[in-house]
Design a protein around this ligand. Structure first.
Ligand code: AMP
Length: 191
C-alpha cells in the first residue's frame, strides 16, 4: 500500500466503503438482456445521478492515477462515458477505439473471436504517440475478450499498455486471466 492510499481517518474510510456499497446497489440488474441467461449490469442508473456519477469518477481517478497514463483509450460505447472524463482528470489525452467503419481517418484494425463469429475494432493511425503509456478503460470486464483485443490494437498502434480500468468486474467470469498478469487491472465494483 502506498502512503497516499492510507486513509487519514476512520470516518473517511467508512464514507468510501459506504459509497462503494451505494454504487453497487445503484447499478441496475436487467435479467435476460441482451439474451436469455445474461444478467445485464445497467450503469445508466448511476450516471444519470450527478452525485453518483461524480463519486464513480472520483473513486476511479483515485484507483488509476498511479498509472500515470499519457493516453486513456476508451472502448465503444460505454467505455467513452468513463474514459473521456477520466482522461481529463488524469491529465491525459483521450483516444477512442470504435467498431469497424465508424472512425473517419485512416485506421488500424484488429479482429477477434466472439461466441458466434468475429468482431473488428479500429483505432486511428497515429493517434497514440510511439511508446506512450496507455490506460484502457471500459465500463465492465466480463470474459476479458474485449479488453484483450483493445490491448492488441493499442500495441499495434505503438502504445504501451500500463493498466486497465473498469467500473465493474464480474469476478466469476475470471476475465482478468485473459489479460497479462504483470499489468494492473483496477475495478471499482466487483460482483
Ligand atoms: P467481455 O469481452 O466478455 O469482457 O465483455 C465486455 C464488454 O461487454 C463490455 O464492453 C461490456 O460493456 C459488455 N458486457 C459484457 N457482459 C455484460 C453484462 N453482464 N452487463 C453489461 N455489459 C456487459
Amino acid at each position: 500500500m502506498t502512503a497516499s492510499a492510507i486513509p487519514s481517518s476512520l470516518p473517511e474510510l467508512q464514507t468510501k466503503t459506504e459509497l462503494i456499497q451505494e454504487l453497487s446497489v445503484a447499478v441496475r440488474n436487467i435479467p435476460d438482456y441482451p439474451k436469455p441467461g445474461i444478467l445485464f449490469k445497467d450503469i445508466t442508473t448511476v450516471i444519470g445521478d450527478a452525485r453518483l456519477f461524480k463519486a464513480t469518477l472520483d473513486l476511479m481517478t483515485e484507483q488509476l492515477k498511479h498509472l500515470a497514463p499519457v493516453i486513456v483509450v476508451g472502448i465503444e460505447a460505454r467505455g467513452f462515458i468513463f474514459g473521456a472524463p477520466l482522461a481529463e482528470r488524469l491529465n491525459a489525452g483521450f483516444v477512442p477505439i470504435r467498431k469497424k467503419g465508424k472512425l473517419p481517418g485512416k485506421t488500424i484494425s484488429y479482429n477477434y473471436a466472439l461466441e458466434y463469429g468475429v468482431d473488428t475494432i479500429q483505432i486511428h493511425e497515429g493517434a497514440i504517440p510511439s511508446g506512450a503509456r496507455v490506460l484502457i478503460v471500459d465500463d465492465l470486464l466480463a470474459t476479458g475478450g474485449t479488453a484483450a483485443a483493445a490491448a492488441e490494437l493499442v500495441q499495434q498502434a505503438g502504445g504501451v499498455v500500463v493498466g486497465y480500468g473498469f467500473m465493474i468486474e464480474l469476478d466469476f467470469l475470471e476475465g482478468r486471466k485473459m489479460l497479462p498478469s504483470n499489468i494492473p487491472v483496477e475495478s471499482l465494483l466487483h460482483y
